[in-house]
Each structure stands twice: as structure tokens, then as C-alpha cells.
Design a protein around this ligand. Structure first.
Ligand SMILES: Nc1ncnc2c1ncn2[C@@H]1O[C@H](COP(=O)(O)OP(=O)(O)O)[C@@H](O)[C@H]1O
Ligand SMILES: [Mg+2]
Length: 245
């Protein structure tokens, strides 16, 4: 579903993402970990077609993001770090607007909006103005806009950042639900976070990036089977040069 080959991004002389490669199949829920500034957001923006790479290739559901950008973008739902919400719009109005700009055919727009409202637990607030919602509900609206066109791949950039513990639990539940093969077609979900417990709670595989380089790609079960915690692995993989283990 996702094939990333040597994705590289330079900002001037600064190498933000350095030859990142990975494959993700249908039904996988992957935690994308790394300290602040590691390159997570940059990689995700490239995969979702929001930012051109300096080098490398990527395909989403078989579509090359540079050669077939429209088809690739249609196959991916993206929750950016700051979702583009319009605080003065109501939830339904906003999602109808997103359905239009995402080219959901007119005849399917209403059912797409209703299904996203329902899946994201927004039915009770669908007439509320977005600006009046709690951060947890606004995040749900962000996820609703990402799944609106029912894409097979979801890329979620720090979906629980800034939420309180109850909201975090709700959003994790929602993500687990979106990945549940009994409830939907097998989706591929990549979510970035620096909360290790989050990855252990909802992901089966972890990718770790540090200073732009992929330093780990492993099933969580394999890591913890060796008796180490994810926290140990994270600390070891993201040591700065000169620091002792
Ligand atoms: N537009 C930009 N211009 C210059 N440097 C940038 C730009 N965007 C991000 N960076 C740098 O690239 C690195 C990776 O950033 P980012 O992908 O946002 O990391 P993460 O999401 O893992 O915290 C950081 O050092 C950041 O300062
Ligand atoms: Mg980021």
C-alpha cells in the first residue's frame, strides 16, 4: 500500500530526511516514532503529496506520488499536525465542503459525510460550530476529513497531541476501530507520535527515525520478546553522539 524508496528532503544544506525507505501492507497499523525534529512530519507531508521530495520515490496504492499525484492523493487520508479546520463552519458543513474539494461524486457526498460523522463519533455534534468544540472533538473532525473519501491509506501526524487522557483514550479507540478489519476493508495506517505507550497500545509495527534516518523497522512483538521495553529501544536508537548508553 505504501512503498517509500530513499525519500530524501533537503532544506538548503540541511538534510531533514535522509534516504527513508519502507513498505507497508494492507491492514498494517504502524507507529512512526522519533524525537522532535527527527523528520516525521516532513516524511508524512511528502507521502501525502503536500511537499515535494528532493530525491527518492514513493507509491501509494500503486500510484507514484510524483507521476500520478492525483491518484496517489485520492488513495490517502491525511491528518496534518494542524488540521485545516474552519472554526466558523459547523461540522456537517465543513465535511460537505471537504467532500466537494476531494471530488467525492455529488451523489455519494451525503452518505460519505454521514458515515464519517458516525465513525468518528460526531453524530451528536454535527450541527455545532467547529470553533465551539473541545480539542478532542476538533481532532475527531480532523480524522473525519481524513477518512471522508474512504482512502485505503491513512497518515495521521500526532493524532493525540495536546489532548487530555480521556480524549487520548477516545482517539486511540477510534484509530483502533479504523484499523479493525472486521469493521472496514483493510486499511494501512501510519501514525506519528512520541508517546511510546500509544504505539504499544495500537500499533503492531514500529518505524523509528532519528536525525532524518530510519534507525529501526520492526514488529513490536519482536522487540519486546527480547526482553527490552520500547522505551529502552527508543533511548538507545536516538542517543546523541557522545552520550553514553
Ligand atoms: N520549511 C522548513 N525549512 C527548513 N527546515 C525545516 C522546514 N521544515 C522542517 N524543517 C526542519 O526539518 C527537521 C525535521 O522536521 P519535522 O519533519 O517537522 O520533524 P518531526 O515532525 O519529526 O518533529 C527539523 O530540524 C526542522 O527544523
Ligand atoms: Mg512533527
Amino acid at each position: 500500500m505504501i512503498e517509500a524508496d530513499n525519500i530524501t528532503k533537503r532544506y538548503g544544506d540541511f538534510l531533514a530526511v535522509d534516504q527513508v525507505s519502507f513498505r507497508a501492507g494492507a491492514g498494517e497499523v504502524i507507529g512512526f516514532l522519533g524525537p522532535n525534529g527527527a523528520g516525521k512530519t516532513t516524511t508524512m507531508r511528502i507521502l501525502t503529496g503536500f511537499l515535494p521530495a528532493t530525491d527518492g520515490r514513493a507509491r501509494i496504492a500503486g500510484h507514484d506520488i510524483f507521476e500520478e499525484p492525483l491518484a496517489a492523493r485520492r488513495a490517502v487520508g491525511y491528518l496534518p499536525e494542524t488540521p485545516p479546520l474552519y472554526p466558523e463552519m459547523d461540522v456537517t458543513g465543513y465535511l460537505e465542503f471537504v467532500a466537494k474539494i476531494k471530488d467525492v461524486p455529488r451523489a455519494r457526498r451525503r452518505s460519505a459525510v454521514e458515515s464519517a460523522l458516525e465513525r468518528c463519533g460526531l453524530a451528536d455534534v454535527h450541527r455545532r460550530v467547529i470553533g465551539s468544540l473541545s480539542k478532542g472533538f476538533r481532532q475527531r473532525v480532523g480524522i473525519a476529513q481524513a477518512i471522508l473519501h474512504d482512502p485505503p491509506v491513512l497518515i495521521l501526524d500526532e493524532p493525540t497531541v495536546g489532548l487530555d487522557p480521556i480524549q487520548i483514550r477516545e482517539i486511540r479507540g477510534l484509530i483502533a476501530d479504523l484499523a479493525d478489519p472486521e469493521k472496514t476493508e483493510a486499511r494501512t495506517i501510519v501514525l506519528s507520535t512520541h508517546i511510546l505507550a500509544e504505539v504499544e497500545a495500537i500499533c503492531r509495527r514500529v518505524l523509528m527515525i532519528h536525525e532524518g534516518k530510519m534507525v529501526l523497522d520492526s514488529a513490536i512483538g519482536e522487540l519486546t520478546a527480547e526482553g527490552q521495553s520500547l522505551e529502552d529501544v527508543f533511548a538507545r536508537m536516538t542517543l546523541r553522539e557522545g552520550e553514553a548508553a
